[in-house]
Design a protein around this ligand. Structure first.
Ligand SMILES: [Zn+2]
Length: 541
């Protein structure tokens, strides 16, 4: 049989994970322009091979849809290691290491220029404490320093930074946000709004932002990520830069930006108000740039630990975390956003914050029912059986971060004890038919999808080899579906991408082996050999 059209590219002899509705495996895929035109056996695609067709031999390795990272701070990740210094646990062991990096950077900078570092976790530093104002004054007396914790909810500043910020008065912020010692002296550590509102003054240039975007694009393609849901960062300048970069084809990765700025609650609210006034709503844009949900930040983080919990933390009966948004104001915001036709989401980590968001959605949907709202909850880390049932009933999409289990599982066992059995409860979601999507939350973790796959399949802390909520293990096929199809579902694009089916966008990756046969302990050795976006090969190893 002679076909009317030949394929531009044919991938054969692969183990193709299609992620279609019956989870079929196949051998080959044919692509014409930016779409998939055939998925099936090697025999089936042969008819599509013409003189000009590029034939790729996948040699028994996995071929699958590109990953959709449903929660990543994309531009911040791109700037990490270029504009900002990476001080995560892979790069530093101690405060001394951080000081040395600052000293080196200070030599390149003029006095008064900011030095920004990101990613430290005091629980993982040799000194097991936060750095202090004195540590950083000694390392850089003439340059303002901001050193952001891995959760991005707090940072340590030095004296030059406080001077550049025009001085900080602890009484201007909620108690505990500006951390002081007994005599009222600043320790340098600032949390939540105090830290976030100061971040606004640590300005980056357009050139910094664009360079960050390009770097992030390259890194994501090398990890096989073809769509990102940007979880927000520096507000309007970044929103503009995303559009420009997509329109000028400076980046290949598809972007769905959440409407959120990280400069604190009041700034975030104002940012949302400007969007509500425009009459636009979620979905505006095209396959490359699409306006995402409106996001609020309701509590702290799992690792701080600073998330809002209903019961005190297990390691400290005095602590219940920080709740930034209260029920009434959340109800009002969710109702307005919902009525305006926007998709809503919230950073809600602790079970108290999660419960607050579920209640707000319940009220908004009772007032004004809407099918396919696909309202989300970012992280949705601590849950229980009842909360999961309410999520199912309302059709809420939780965005889970199983990479956190790989990295912090041991700490979680200490902080939350038996609550880890309902932490990022992927198995419960599968059983209840809840379509959770997966986010790396980079810069909080490295966005290599293998961290998430390892955490989801093994439920193990990679370094400590400690199990964490073993009952929530899922299969590799299940986590792949969450990381592809479900990521498309949450933005209402499941007919367009997220699985390898005829008519869908050709966002396809080739792995270095057949991941269905890989021993879970070796997932970190799996790499991406080829990434295709829109039918174009944009990365090869
Ligand atoms: Zn985040």
């Amino acid at each position: 049989m002679v076909k009317e059209c030949f394929a531009d590219i044919v991938i054969m002899h692969g183990n193709v994970i299609t992620v279609n509705s019956s989870d079929d495996l196949a051998e080959a895929v044919a692509i014409s322009e930016n779409k998939i035109i055939c998925v099936g056996s090697n025999e089936a695609v042969k008819d599509y091979i013409g003189e000009k067709t590029q034939v790729i031999d996948a040699a028994g390795k996995t071929v699958m849809p590109g990953f959709i990272d449903a929660h990543i701070h994309f531009i911040m990740y791109g700037m990490l290691g270029t504009t900002t210094i990476n001080v995560d646990y892979n790069h530093v062991d101690s405060i001394k290491d951080i000081q040395n990096l600052i000293r080196e950077k200070a030599k390149e900078k003029k006095p008064g220029e900011w030095i920004v570092l990101s990613g430290y976790d005091h629980n993982k530093l040799a000194e097991r404490r936060h750095p202090t104002i004195e540590d950083f004054d000694e390392a850089a007396p003439d340059n303002p320093v901001q050193c952001i914790r891995c959760c991005a909810h707090m940072a340590v500043y030095n004296s030059a930074a406080f001077k550049a910020l025009g001085g900080i008065k602890p009484e201007d912020y909620a108690p505990g946000e500006v951390v002081v010692v007994a005599d009222g002296k600043l320790t340098g550590l600032m949390k939540e709004t105090a830290h976030m509102s100061c971040s606004e003054k640590v300005a980056f240039s357009e050139a910094d932002l664009l360079a960050g975007l390009k770097t992030a694009n390259e890194k994501m393609l090398a990890y096989g990520v073809t769509t990102v849901h940007d979880a927000g960062s520096y507000g309007a300048p970044v929103m503009r830069m995303f559009q420009e970069a997509e329109a000028r084809k400076l980046i290949d990765v598809r972007v769905v930006p959440m409407i959120f700025d990280m400069f604190g609650k009041e700034s975030g609210k104002q940012y949302i108000e400007t969007f509500l006034k425009t009459g636009l709503f979620t979905g505006m844009g095209d396959e490359h740039f699409k306006l995402g949900p409106i996001k609020i930040m309701t509590d702290g983080s799992t690792s701080g630990p600073s998330c809002a919990t209903r019961e005190p933390y297990s390691h400290d009966p005095e602590l219940k975390g920080l709740q930034v948004w209260q029920q009434d104001e959340t109800d009002e915001m969710v109702s307005r956003v919902h009525r305006a036709g926007f998709q809503m989401t919230a950073h809600a980590v602790g079970d108290k914050a999660v419960e607050m968001m579920i209640s707000a959605y319940e009220k908004a949907l009772a007032e004004c029912p809407r099918d396919n709202h696909r309202h989300r909850i970012e992280h949705c880390a601590l849950t229980d059986e009842k909360l999961i049932e309410r999520i199912q009933k309302l059709g809420i999409v939780p965005i889970s971060n199983p990479a956190f289990i790989s990295i912090n599982g041991g700490d979680y066992n200490r902080f939350y004890e038996e609550r880890v059995n309902y932490m990022f409860p992927l198995k419960s979601y599968v059983e209840k038919g809840i379509k959770t999507a997966i986010g790396s939350d980079a810069t909080v973790t490295d966005p290599n999808p293998m961290f998430s796959i390892y955490g989801a399949v093994t439920r193990k802390d990679m370094k400590k080899q400690e199990l964490c909520g073993e009952n929530q293990k899922v299969s590799v096929e299940e986590i792949i579906r969450m990381f592809t199809y479900n990521g498309a579902y949450v933005t209402g694009e499941e007919e367009l991408k997220g699985s390898l089916e005829v008519g869908k966008l050709a966002d396809i990756i080739l792995l270095s082996e057949d991941i269905l046969k890989t021993d879970p302990e070796n997932y970190m050795d799996v790499t991406v050999e080829m990434t295709m976006v829109d039918g174009k090969i944009v990365y090869t190893k």
